[in-house]
Design a protein around this ligand. Structure first.
Ligand code: HEC
Ligand code: HEC
Ligand code: HEC
Ligand code: HEC
Ligand code: HEC
Ligand code: HEC
Ligand code: HEC
Ligand code: HEC
Ligand code: HEC
Length: 423
């Protein structure tokens, strides 16, 4: 017993100094990190400072997986940077796609980490204007690290990633909104400014709805266009399929393609897509219609007919809505008429989409029954207000009766009191 205790105590005393020694950290066990973190030149130590946020690190990769070299050759730059050990150094800008593609274009390698990840980024990239110009030796175009950062490459799902939908417009615009940087090119630098005025930007940033498009949704991220689109001008149809189908059935379809006018963008714009209003149908000098239709032409007369039909329905719905709201605030039950009004509202939404057919008759078949519903709802609302007045009058009458009874009771009590307790 005693001997066992002594042995334990001895063992503890021998081991104690070891507990005070620093445990070698993961960094210290890695030659590249160990040396680079202490280097004075900012460009040489920055990679180590940034790397904690890099998804490659999170997935267990390290410096040598990208750069090559020997990460076990401590304090020995030459051995660590050994070309024989595959050291690549800093890639030239033109070589960056291949540098990343060493892994990202290798399905066998990538699927060990993620069986679903795509491995076509480099191939796609060379179909884009960026990729084509890089091949011609242009160093201003975007390469992988312009959009993904370097040494802090985050997962696509990470909200702080440069490519995350809410962030990516700023990423593209670091070049595209910089007039000085883009001065050698013949393209405008107003895309961000215009995009920020659009309904798409509003839905994306204010409602946080990431199904609304931002730069790469329309332009593609790696390839020239997103999948399923042959030209950026046709990209709207990817998301607005129902409207696109209506447009395709209209007389405009042929007219636009004959004149080489892009379908949606001619009327709605590309970056500054605003919430459309019925006024677009008025066909005035400032509308896109003026390119093809003269004022007072039969087409624009028809368009104005469509506009009137839509506005009449909209006004009817507004009136119905207003009276129901008044009745509701006064405590009346407005559930059933509200429910019926939904049908009229749906018809208006449908009719607005069907303006793309530019057929007065089609709009009429939708709006005529809906106007009837709206009018009925207004009547129902008026009836509710009459009932309300009736109830108010009834209430006033019963209050009078109660007041009279109370006064009577008061005089009765006084009379009893005056007679005294013996009564
Ligand atoms: C003992 C110190 C030391 C070690 C270990 C070391 N480096 Fe370096 N590294 C340097 C210095 C110093 C430079 C500056 C350029 C030079 O002197 O070659 C540098 C430069 C670089 C560069 C930039 C090359 C260029 O062309 O500008 C890269 C990339 C790099 N190191 C990666 C690594 C990687 C990856 C490892 C581990 C496999 C590593 N280094 C290990 C000291 C080190
Ligand atoms: C995912 C791949 C990847 C990983 C991992 C990676 N690097 Fe790099 N590194 C690059 C690329 C790409 C460049 C070229 C950046 C550029 O052109 O601006 C680069 C550039 C560098 C440079 C030169 C910086 C300059 O501005 O001159 C150094 C030094 C460097 N890396 C060191 C490291 C060290 C140390 C690690 C590990 C902590 C590391 N890298 C991990 C891809 C990587
Ligand atoms: C013009 C900007 C841009 C360039 C250049 C770019 N990417 Fe991307 N990358 C993106 C965007 C945006 C996404 C998608 C984000 C999303 O899906 O929400 C993405 C997604 C990815 C993904 C995730 C898988 C996938 O394909 O969706 C990988 C991996 C990737 N990029 C690697 C690369 C590589 C490698 C290069 C260079 C050949 C490169 N990227 C060039 C913007 C870019
Ligand atoms: C040594 C191999 C290797 C190299 C080189 C490499 N990557 Fe990766 N990359 C990976 C692996 C592995 C993953 C993790 C995939 C996963 O788990 O989904 C990854 C993930 C990514 C992701 C996140 C993908 C996602 O779905 O969230 C992006 C973006 C990315 N890499 C971009 C780059 C860029 C840009 C370069 C070049 C600067 C590069 N990679 C170089 C192996 C590499
Ligand atoms: C590193 C700077 C840089 C970044 C970041 C960048 N671009 Fe570019 N982009 C350029 C340059 C330079 C051109 C070449 C312009 C030309 O030749 O007309 C270009 C060309 C384009 C073109 C073709 C324009 C045309 O009609 O010629 C489109 C579209 C484009 N970029 C979209 C994007 C999108 C979308 C993003 C973000 C996901 C992005 N770019 C990020 C620099 C950049
Ligand atoms: C809703 C779709 C959509 C969005 C979002 C979008 N674009 Fe465009 N963009 C287009 C269309 C369509 C064109 C015209 C293409 C054509 O005429 O062939 C275009 C043209 C361009 C051009 C060529 C020059 C020009 O202005 O005509 C560049 C560069 C460009 N966009 C960059 C961007 C950038 C950067 C963003 C994000 C701030 C962005 N785009 C957002 C659809 C979009
Ligand atoms: C990535 C999908 C996507 C693409 C591409 C896209 N949109 Fe949209 N668009 C949306 C979403 C989401 C909304 C907002 C929700 C809604 O009202 O439908 C929206 C809203 C709109 C609205 C306003 C609708 C309303 O009722 O107020 C118009 C007009 C519009 N887009 C036109 C276009 C045009 C024109 C293009 C092509 C230049 C385009 N969209 C490209 C997804 C997209
Ligand atoms: C001839 C001009 C014109 C063309 C071409 C056109 N639109 Fe419209 N669009 C309009 C008008 C006008 C309205 C507004 C109707 C209203 O509110 O009175 C509208 C409304 C919309 C709306 C909102 C209504 C709804 O249904 O949500 C969307 C979305 C839309 N357009 C998308 C598109 C798309 C996508 C294309 C291409 C396939 C396209 N438009 C082509 C004129 C046009
Ligand atoms: C690119 C030229 C072009 C633009 C822009 C254009 N239209 Fe048209 N539109 C035509 C042509 C051509 C026809 C005649 C087709 C036929 O009758 O064969 C037409 C026909 C019409 C018709 C008559 C359909 C019918 O049933 O007879 C209406 C209504 C109309 N356009 C409204 C508009 C409105 C409103 C705008 C603007 C929001 C507009 N158009 C913009 C070319 C255009």
């Amino acid at each position: 017993m005693r001997i066992a205790l002594r042995v334990a105590l001895f063992g503890f005393l021998m081991a104690a100094p070891c507990l005070l020694l620093p445990v070698p950290s993961a960094e210290a066990m890695h030659a590249c990190i160990d040396c680079h973190k202490g280097l004075k030149e900012e460009r040489l130590s920055r990679p180590v400072k940034k790397i904690a946020d890099d998804y490659h690190m999170i997935r267990g990769l390290k410096c040598q997986d990208c750069h090559g070299g020997d990460h076990t050759a401590f304090d020995n730059k030459e051995a660590s940077h050994s070309r024989a050990k595959g050291f690549l150094g800093k890639p030239k800008r033109q070589d960056i796609p291949a540098f990343c593609g060493k892994c990202h274009s290798d399905p066998r390698y990538m699927r060990k980490f993620n069986p679903k990840i795509r491995t076509d980024q480099v191939k796609e990239y060379y179909t884009s204007v960026h990729g084509q110009k890089l091949r011609e030796g242009d160093k201003h175009v975007a390469v992988c690290i312009s959009c993904h950062d370097v040494h802090a490459i985050r997962a696509i799902k990470d909200q702080a990633a440069w490519t995350y939908p809410i962030q990516v417009a700023e990423t593209c615009s670091r070049c595209h909104a910089d007039a000085k940087y883009m001065k050698d090119y013949k393209i405008p630098t107003d895309q961000l400014k215009n995009y920020e005025k659009s309904i798409h930007y509003e839905v994306l940033t204010k409602k946080g709805d990431i199904s609304a498009p931002t730069c790469p949704s329309c332009h593609g991220n790696h390839g020239a266009t997103p999948p399923g689109v042959d030209s950026v001008a046709n990209v709207c149809s990817n998301c607005h399929a129902a409207v696109a189908e209506l447009f395709a059935k209209s007389v405009h379809e042929e007219a636009f393609s004959d004149l080489g006018q892009p379908a949606c963008v001619t009327c709605h714009g590309n970056h500054e897509v605003l919430k459309p209003s019925d006024e677009l149908l008025a066909g005035g000098k400032d509308t896109p219609c003026a390119t093809c239709h003269e004022e007072n032409s039969s087409e624009l007369k028809k368009a104005n007919e469509i506009r009137t039909l839509l506005q009449d329905l909209a006004k009817g719905i507004d009136r119905a809505e207003a009276i129901l709201t008044r009745a509701e605030h006064a405590g009346m039950e407005v559930g059933p008429p509200r429910f019926e009004l939904i049908e009229a509202k749906d018809a208006l939404i449908k009719a607005r989409a069907e303006t793309h057919l530019v057929k007065v008759k089609r709009i009429k078949t939708l709006t005529t029954p809906a106007v009837v519903i709206a009018e009925k709802t207004v009547k129902k609302g008026q009836e509710l207000m009459v009932q309300l007045q009736f109830r108010r009058k009834g209430l006033a009458a019963s209050l009078l009766v109660i007041a009279a009874a109370l006064i009577g009771l008061f005089f009765k009590i006084r009379e009893v009191d005056r007679r005294g307790p013996s009564g």
